[in-house]
Design a protein around this ligand. Structure first.
Ligand code: ZN
Length: 250
């Protein structure tokens, strides 16, 4: 097939020479692909505005079978997610998700499920007020880890192997996905309180819309957020740049 039509969201753009725009898009039925939008950095180009990151569109693509390269031939935007680009907080969160998807190579075999999660989460991030943005991000991140079978098991200590009762706190180390009980915790460990465990266990099993209705205080929310972002870095096996650059906001 030389001509492809696919639904996708733009994760990244980069310049090729003076006027051409390279795009990394996350496609529902193809996963991650690199495409070139010829001339998209010139003022009058028809692809100029529709090729910004986070834009969700139907892409018309020509595949050159000799070079195995992809060229954009048409685009029909479905949503530009403008509300996200207007909010610094939301924009940082969406950029964190995009980086996670890129670094996990589009979620491997489960790319279609990951696409649906990303798409749905972007819609929620657009619609909900800034104060709820962290909750959307916790839900995206937890579900991303579950999809990849990489959610740390918060009910068993990875050192002594003991089951950790639901009403007890657990501990973890930066950039690792190991969980420790109170007896085995050591220097440098961070805390995930029992309330945070309960929140994750409950809400990650629910429909995402239902999960937003479960209340969580701001202090607990922050510890859960730190835990889940750490688990994502542990899974990807490298610090996420968006977390470093957006440290004060994320
Ligand atoms: Zn232990």
């Amino acid at each position: 097939m030389r001509n492809l039509i696919t639904e996708a969201i733009i994760l990244r753009k980069y310049r090729i020479g003076e006027i051409h725009k390279g795009l990394v898009i996350f496609s529902k039925d193809l996963g991650l692909i690199n495409i070139i939008a010829h001339g998209a950095y010139t003022l009058k180009n028809r692809f100029r505005t529709a090729t910004e990151p986070l834009t969700h569109s139907i892409f018309y693509i020509y595949r050159n079978p000799v070079k195995d390269s992809y060229k954009l031939t048409g685009i029909e935007p479905l949503s530009e997610h403008k509300e996200i680009t207007y909010s610094v907080k939301k924009y940082f969160i969406a950029s964190l998700w995009a980086e996670t998807i890129l670094k996990s190579r589009g979620g491997g075999e489960s790319y279609t499920e990951l696409f649906c999660l990303f798409d749905k989460s972007l819609v929620f991030l657009s619609e909900l007020p800034d104060k709820d943005a962290d909750i959307v991000s916790i839900q995206f991140s937890g579900r991303f880890l579950m999809l990849n079978g990489s959610m740390p098991d918060i009910s068993v200590c990875s050192l002594c192997g003991q089951y950790i009762p639901e009403n007890e706190n657990v501990f973890y180390l930066p950039l690792r996905d190991l969980i420790y009980c109170t007896n085995c915790k050591h220097d440098g460990c961070s805390l995930l309180p029992a309330g945070g465990r309960a929140y994750l266990s409950k809400t990650l099993q629910q429909d995402i819309r239902q999960a937003f209705k479960t209340g969580i205080g701001s202090v607990l929310r922050n510890t859960v957020k730190q835990f889940i972002y750490n688990a994502m870095e542990g899974y990807i096996d490298t610090p996420l740049k968006s977390l470093q650059s957006g440290g004060g906001i994320l």
